[in-house]
Design a protein around this ligand. Sequence first.
Ligand code: NAD
Length: 246
Amino acid sequence: MNLKNKVAIVTGAGRGIGRGIALKLAAAGASVVTVDLSLVDCVSAAAEIKDKGGRALALTCDVSDAEVVAKMIADTMTEFNQIDILVNNAGIFPFKPFLEMNEADWDKVIDVNLKGTFLCSQAAAKKMSTGGKIVNISSIAAYVGFSGLTHYCASKGGLNGFIRPLALELASKKINVNNVAPGAIETPGASTGMTPELKKQTEAMIPWGRMGLPADIANAVAFLVSDQADYITGQTLIVDGGYTLR
Ligand code: NAD
């Protein structure tokens, strides 16, 4: 993949899958804006890219806040004067049994995972003057029911509905819109509450015999944001080691 002269924004780039994506796109030559709620983590992701000889800008941003997103896009334009790639990766997955879930629990997950994707996509697409690529990190939770995650599964299912009309609307601007749907990936977020026993059970459900790594997702994203994927739009690519095959 050659992403030289491209500017990529990756949300939730401070750790986990987002950090893996940011590093991969930077290694392919892109200038990367590492966006995260956590100042420490987005700065450290940008520093790692720079240490490896890449170009990066760290910006703190809550993707669910329209005003903050507008500032993040404005700061990106001030620094790089173009936006070619947006990866909507920031997401949260707090477990809560449905009958105990309150309105605030529901709204929080939908606001970050679904509304955040809308806000960042709209603001970035307006600046993609010579075409572009938008990739959202969905989940196999869009297809499989996970107890305690009704809000999360709804948010990721929403992303599947979101990309088709968006891909249609943005086709005339030569902006591709796709999703990558990861299976179980080893990240700080996913390891919260993951006992060795639960990890074993999870691995037993994956035909490939192991949980995925951030790099497995980053490789798929790097393809979808490259010119190799210019004719692919409105699609969801499942990357799950075969989890959803049976
Ligand atoms: P993680 O918790 O390890 O990292 C998420 C990052 O997003 C953190 O750095 C966090 O600070 C940031 N973030 C959270 N809320 C934000 C907000 N409002 N604005 C900006 N940044 C915010 O999570 P992860 O496992 O790396 O997950 C990344 C994405 O992949 C999420 O969208 C998640 O739903 C999806 N996903 C993860 C898995 C998995 O097994 N890990 C599986 C399927 C999908």
